[in-house]
Design a protein around this ligand. Structure first.
Ligand code: UD1
Length: 353
């Protein structure tokens, strides 16, 4: 069986870490990334870590002809892992059509190629955002999808449902939907990591950018929630653990171990941690004090969510190897490393234009 995997969004945060994990586990990878929200510097990092040249197609998946040409040029692909998508919650609220167009059109084109070229296995990047504000935590894969909190969240819900329908109609296809919780941290080498566009919205890059002085102070969005210290609860999952879940998901599909041709897995640490606990973990691990203040709640924030990850552990044999201290120390190492990178390698193209 071919071990050739096509990864869309290979220059992205989770995509680049997954390329490394796939290569380390014997897969041959092909990346597709138009670098609309990422940089080629990330693939160079992957090459340094793995010692392998990465074949990348700088193609916009919304262009069907160019997407199809990649599949035509690369016969016998064993599986597709589809990361490429926009993911900024706030931007999606302001520009929903941009999100509907980019995230859905690209997914449809990828599925059209999967069907035409008879690709047997498909792994999709989904998110715990599909649970909305859950009635009970931790959430299991059976927890119902609730009203999406943003157009971005809606694209993940629609994506899941489109793949479910597609798999129902294509019995030869095997698909897995991986619902990520809060990915954070960086590869231990600090050669790849998260590169936010403009001012970061996610907690971990806000923490590291505050620590390094790019951001003057961190605002904790609310300390009056009904949680143990009043701040929101999240499930922080190290990006390398998350990356490895993709390799295991693909192994599972290729080995034909699945019961159903479209299965769902939560990929989270299984532990809830508050925003204030994350801040304190960063300070304790790095010895760097953070300048932070308590501010108002952020509209649209879920109060508390974390994963029941029993299914991924039992069925995929996956288990997180990194804790919050590894997350914070690796994210900090990465933040310090990118200070010294040449500008063209670490600034997303959007800023360069
Ligand atoms: C959101 C999405 C998630 C998506 C992720 C990555 C929802 C409900 N969640 O996660 O699906 O995968 O973004 O883009 O759509 N915080 C602060 N101060 C800050 C930044 C964050 O206090 O400066 C707090 C937030 O209020 C929240 C926690 O930190 O409680 C995590 O926030 P964030 O990193 O933005 O991720 P989510 O909103 O959980």
């Amino acid at each position: 069986m071919s071990k050739k995997v096509l990864v869309t969004g290979g220059s992205g945060y989770i995509g680049s870490h997954t390329l490394v994990d796939l290569i380390e586990n014997g897969y041959e990878v092909i990346s597709v990334d138009n670098n609309a929200r990422s940089t080629i510097g990330m693939l160079e990092g992957v090459e340094k870590i793995t010692g392998q040249k990465i074949k990348n197609y700088k193609v916009d998946l919304c262009n069907f002809e160019e997407t199809r040409a990649i599949f035509e040029e690369n016969p016998a692909i064993a599986g597709v892992i589809h990361f490429a998508a926009y993911k900024a919650v706030g931007e999606s609220v302001e520009q929903p059509l941009l999100y509907f167009h980019n995230n859905m059109q690209s997914l449809i084109h990828v599925m059209q190629c999967i069907e035409e070229f008879k690709i047997p296995n498909f792994v999709f990047s989904s998110s715990c955002t599909v649970y909305g504000n859950p009635d009970a935590i931790p959430v299991t894969e059976e927890t119902p999808r609730k009203q999406a909190e943003s157009p971005y969240g809606l694209t993940k819900q629609m994506g899941e449902q489109m793949i479910e329908a597609f798999a129902a109609a294509n019995k030869d296809l095997s698909a897995i939907l991986l619902r990520y919780f809060n990915p954070a941290g960086a590869h231990a080498s600090a050669l790849i990591g998260e590169l936010p566009i403009d001012r970061p919205q996610n907690l971990t890059p806000v923490i590291t950018q505050t620590a390094i002085g790019k951001i003057e102070k961190l605002t904790v969005f609310g300390n009056d929630y009904t949680t143990r210290d009043g701040s929101c609860i999240r499930d922080m999952i190290h990006v390398c653990d998350l990356a490895h879940a993709h390799t295991l998901a693909l192994n599972y599909l290729i080995q034909g171990k699945h019961q159903n041709n479209c299965e769902v897995f939560n990929i989270g640490s299984g532990d809830g941690i508050t925003v204030l606990e994350c801040i304190h973990a960063f300070e304790a691990t790095t010895g760097v004090k953070l300048n932070y203040v308590i501010g108002p709640r952020r509209p649209g924030d879920v109060i508390a969510i974390y994963a029941n990850n029993d299914k991924a552990k039992k069925v995929l044999g996956w288990s997180p190897q990194h804790d919050i201290n590894d997350i914070m120390s690796s994210a900090w190492k990465w933040e310090q490393y990118i200070q010294d990178l040449p500008t063209h390698l670490h600034l997303p193209n959007k800023r360069l234009n």
